[in-house]
Design a protein around this ligand. Structure first.
Ligand SMILES: [Mg+2]
Length: 237
């Protein structure tokens, strides 16, 4: 299972350091409540929400609701490096969340919603959310990194072979970097186990894929929509 490390190792990583990685994830998936933003949106007074600044909005009573302090920096870098972004939330107020995502802005002025076009927001196991996101994006789960402040979501999503980073203090820069570096380690390990110690450019000649190690096919949780079938092998760990 892919879990957290001491984030101090990662907090001084720079954008330049990220660019030195040989293999970036193709997709990051973000939880909302207490990961992308501070608090639960369903505990606000609700819409109409109004933009106050790029990273803060107000609810209908004027209470301020903010993104986590490093969120815009992370989103800016993802857009710059062409790492795709998706949202996986168990919110009970998806319309409120949708409205908020339309209002928060990156440094470029793009809305968060516009740079995270795949948004799975409903109750249920996050295995379902992630399976839907993987299917809709077309990105391999081995090239996806998931961030969430709830430990059980990390456990659930790890079980379907997706690198999952526990963010108990929200999406910090250090946690974002932790996901990128662990992703690279996994990609390099996968290449080594395939007998190729070369770079992680993805151009190496592939051998026959080995059966899944460590991952498992997700259950059809809570009688919800059928879980996606998994045809690709997943990395163990
Ligand atoms: Mg959360």
């Amino acid at each position: 299972m892919r879990l957290m490390r001491n984030q101090d190792v990662y907090k001084e990583r720079s954008e330049h350091g990220i660019r030195s990685l040989s293999c970036l994830p193709e997709l990051i998936v973000l939880d909302l409540d207490d990961t992308l933003w501070v608090g639960d949106i369903d505990y606000t007074e609700g819409p109409p929400f109004k933009r106050r600044s790029n990273d803060s909005i107000t609810d209908r009573r004027g209470n301020v609701f903010r993104l986590c302090p490093d969120a815009i920096r992370v989103l800016d870098v993802c857009v710059d490096l062409k790492i795709r972004i998706a949202i996986a939330s168990r919110t009970t107020t998806p319309r409120w969340a949708e409205h908020a995502l339309q209002l928060y802005q990156l440094s470029s002025g793009q809305s968060v919603a516009s740079v995270a076009p795949i948004r799975e927001m409903y109750q249920g196991s996050k295995q379902r959310h992630l399976n839907q996101i993987v299917r809709k994006s077309g990105v391999d789960r081995e090239r996806t990194v998931f961030y969430d402040n709830e430990y059980w979501n990390i456990t659930d999503v790890s079980e379907i072979g997706i690198l999952s980073i526990y963010t108990p203090r929200g999406l910090t820069w250090a946690k974002f970097c932790e996901g990128l570096w662990l992703h690279e380690e996994q990609q390099m390990a996968a290449l080594s186990s395939n007998g190729d110690g070369g770079d992680a450019s993805g151009e190496a000649e592939e051998e026959d894929p080995s059966p899944a190690e460590g991952g498992k096919v997700p259950d059809d949780d809570e009688g919800a929509a059928p879980a996606e079938s998994i045809d690709e092998p997943v990395m163990g760990g």
